[in-house]
Design a protein around this ligand. Structure first.
Ligand code: NAD
Length: 259
């Protein structure tokens, strides 16, 4: 098992990528703390994890709130002793997020607060915990859109993920000699609620699919496997990366069907 005797704090762990990662990390022996707003879904994840013979705990957390993030890390240390893995993964994509002209100012602010400030706050309180544990791994969920313009415009989301990527790179440099690695996981388009709620017609789905060389949406479980690599000692010389797990979308100029 790759994560035995480790504790992982996973934000957004009630659903999608976070849930799949919580289940996989638990199979690999880690105790799990889920920080999320969705209590009902978290209860099912905690139940499933405890079947693996490891421990899991949920704490209601809004990652845009400083007090919540501080309390989440304190809860993790009080419950499990120490924290070695931070998966700062919670994020939103608002249906009203589109162009600069069309995106309401409050949508921009909320998206930035959750997606970008949320990652900052989890690192602000989480990195001292990793230091107390003697080192660890931070994984911040960015997106392929932090490197490319999206076919369906969503400027607040894209800008927030750009912030996550550049923030991650700089943190990696700051903490490189302290046994703390910091990487950005950059998923391509996935079949989770977050995207499927936005791409709610076949026409919208196809507009995105034509850009993916593999011709399909990714699965949350495929992100979990990448997160496991970044969390474990298998990636001991990997820090500061934009770790693309995207079906080839960022490599493509044309897709195979257009060649
Ligand atoms: P999801 O909607 O399935 O899950 C997101 C989770 O975050 C939910 O459990 C939700 O309750 C939680 N959450 C939302 N706001 C929160 C807040 N303020 N505080 C705490 N928790 C909160 O989404 P997902 O697809 O699993 O996305 C996870 C991450 O991956 C996000 O950061 C997202 O931007 C990123 N991502 C997703 C895709 C995709 O196509 N789905 C692609 C690239 C990046």
């Amino acid at each position: 098992m790759k994560l035995q005797r480790k504790t992982a704090v996973i934000t957004g762990g009630s659903n999608g990528i976070g849930k799949a990662t919580a289940l996989l990390f638990a199979k690999e022996g880690a105790n799990i703390v889920i920080g999320d707003l969705d209590e009902d879904a978290a209860a099912d994840v905690v139940k499933a994890i405890e079947k693996e013979g490891v421990r899991a705990s949920f704490i209601k957390t809004d990652v845009s709130q400083s007090d919540d993030c501080r309390a989440m890390i304190e809860h993790a240390e009080e419950t499990f002793g120490n924290v070695q893995i931070l998966f700062n993964n919670a994020g939103i994509m608002d249906v009203q997020d589109n162009s600069a002209e069309g995106t309401p100012e409050e949508v921009w602010a909320r998206t930035m607060d959750i997606n970008a400030k949320g990652v900052f706050l989890c690192c602000k309180f989480g990195i001292p915990a990793l230091k107390r544990a003697g080192g660890g791994s931070v994984i911040n969920t960015a997106s392929f859109v932090s490197l490319m313009g999206a076919a369906t415009s969503q400027v607040a989301y894209t800008a927030s993920k750009g912030a996550v990527l550049s923030f991650t790179r700089e943190l990696a440099v700051i903490h490189a000699r302290e046994g703390i690695r910091v990487n950005a996981l950059c998923p391509g388009p996935l079949k989770t609620d977050l995207l499927m709620k936005i791409l709610d017609t076949d026409e919208k789905k196809n507009r995105r699919l034509v850009h993916i060389p593999m011709g399909r949406f990714g699965e949350a479980e495929e992100m979990a496997k990448a997160a496991l690599f970044l969390a474990s000692d298998d990636s001991s010389f990997v820090t500061g990366t934009n770790f693309m797990v995207d079906g080839g979308i960022t490599a493509a100029y044309v897709t195979p069907e257009e060649m």
